[in-house]
Structure formats: C-alpha cells, structure tokens
Design a protein. Sequence first.
Length: 110
Amino acid sequence: MAERSPNNLIAFGHFNGIGGNVSIYTIDGGATLANETNPDEAMDSITRKIEESATIIAVGAEDTAGGFRIMLQGGAWTAGTLQTAIRALGATVGTNNYDLTGATVSAYTF
C-alpha cells in the first residue's frame, strides 16, 4: 500500500480531481424520464438548457419517478434559476411531449 503524504489532508466539501465551483442539484421532472433519453426528448432538452450556463460533470441514476441528481461545474445556476429555466421548457417537451411545467430543483449537499 502506498504511504500517505502528511500534506494530503482530508477535507469536507472537497472534490478530488475536480476543479472548483462544483454544485449538485436534485431535479424531479414529476414522472419517469427513463424513456426520455434519446435526442430531441426531455432529457436532451434539460441537459441542453443546463449546458447554456454550466458544464455537466455527472448525471446520477433516475429514481423511476423522474428524480435524479446532476453535478455541474461553473456557471451561474442556482436551484431557483435552474427550476425556472426547466419549467419554461413547457408542457410539450421533446418528441414525446413530456410536461416539465411542474419540475422541481433543489440544491444537494454532497
């Protein structure tokens, strides 16, 4: 086993290997998004909207009811501004007409 350097500190709220300004959000679309992952479907619209102001680092698994976590770097999103932006995508998003008008976004503390 490699020896640990005394300068390698363990810190809370730290992301090893990822630059600063990382935020994580829980997004809940209100109904499953499992069939909304192809181009021009709801997840494509959500991620394109997010990428207007941030870089997506990771997208977590869906909870089968439309909820998932997303890790972002950079950008100016807050839970409130991201929720407003996702809801503004409308009630007929993508080829399957997914309704995002009731989507919720909350900050997630890792």
